[in-house]
Design a protein around this ligand. Structure first.
Ligand SMILES: [Zn+2]
Length: 113
């Protein structure tokens, strides 16, 4: 499953941060998930619990922040909201869109001790 490897990636980030910043436990993780990233928040929650069991982030809370998809529409000359990767512009129907946000997934903040 896609989300499983993503969660392993998140755990890797937590372990690296722990080493760099010298904390022992992660209590809460804020994760930004873009609306166009194709990542399922529910699947992330499920896999996060499994992946972090017995690690520094055991029982850590996972807070998911949805980042709405946005794209630059050439014909409109402005940024428009998009819900799916290959949707047309909601204003003019053009497919000449350049995604500007919502494709990423990143760890935004950590609560540690
Ligand atoms: Zn448009």
């Amino acid at each position: 499953m896609h989300e499983l490897s993503l969660c392993e990636g998140v755990l890797q980030i937590l372990q690296n941060s722990a080493r760099e910043q010298g904390f022992q436990r992660v209590k809460r993780v804020w994760l930004e998930i873009g609306g166009l990233s194709g990542v399922e928040p529910d699947a992330m929650r499920f896999n996060f619990d499994a992946v972090t069991r017995g690690t520094l982030a055991d029982h850590a809370g996972l807070e998911i922040i949805d980042v709405p998809g946005q794209a630059w529409c050439m014909p409109c000359g402005k940024t428009v909201p998009v819900e799916n990767r290959f949707d047309p512009c909601p204003t003019c129907g053009s497919y000449q869109l350049q995604v500007v946000s919502g494709e990423e997934m990143r760890v935004k903040e950590l609560e540690v001790e």
